[in-house]
Design a protein around this ligand. Structure first.
Ligand code: GAR
Length: 189
């Protein structure tokens, strides 16, 4: 199994989906570390309860020093023997330093059908634009935010009466299926 790290900033429901996939004996990854920039991330507790190694590296301890924060993250990842990183609701934009260190070995999940709606508030923006379909994307991370090569996507319909919250829920269900599947395909030669 390939040792991966899951990087989170909050709830960690995609991390949970990856934890469940990694528990399957035939799944090609195992989680070596769950790391967060936010010591209060609910997902850290979930991961700890699942018996996983967790680490918080609070970005606020590195004021105006993104490079220092990312150097600390990189050291922790290398120290834990991580081979592939999965960003799962990691809400800080990475500098070219970390992106370059992990080029081709860092995946992200984004709640839109990229290249549509990079950035934040994707569900509200898709609704405002009158989209009839929306979804999520797993892609490799490159310097441009939400711009790297797409690995897999999943679509959902936009339904009459949708609110951003309802649409987000429909997309999130697909995220939980898509991320483990995309990681598996990425790791399987
Ligand atoms: C997910 O919807 C993920 O796609 C999104 O944050 C949510 C995290 O939820 N990620 C981004 O917006 C990245 N820019 P989770 O913590 O429950 O997995």
């Amino acid at each position: 199994k390939t040792p991966i790290a899951v990087l989170i900033s909050g709830r960690g429901s995609n991390m949970q989906a990856l934890i469940e996939a990694c528990a399957r004996p035939d799944y090609p990854a195992c989680i070596a570390l769950v790391l967060s920039n936010n010591p209060d991330a609910a997902g850290l507790e979930t991961a700890h309860k699942a018996g996983l190694a967790t680490l918080a590296i609070d970005h606020r301890l590195f004021p105006k020093d993104r490079a220092g924060h990312e150097k600390a993250i990189d050291e922790a990842l290398v120290g834990a023997g991580v081979k592939v990183i999965c960003l799962a609701g990691y809400m800080r934009v990475l500098t070219p330093y970390l992106v370059e260190q992990w080029k081709g070995r860092m995946l992200n999940i984004h709640p839109s059908l990229l290249p549509l709606y990079p950035g934040l508030d994707t569900h509200a923006r898709a609704l405002e634009a009158g989209e009839t379909r929306h979804g999520c994307t797993v892609h490799l991370v490159t310097d441009g935010v939400d711009e790297g090569p797409i690995l897999q996507q999943a679509e959902v319909p936009v339904l009459p009466g949708d609110t951003p919250e309802r649409l987000a829920g429909r997309v999130l269900e697909q995220e939980h299926r898509l991320y483990p599947a995309a990681l598996e395909a990425y790791l399987t030669p």
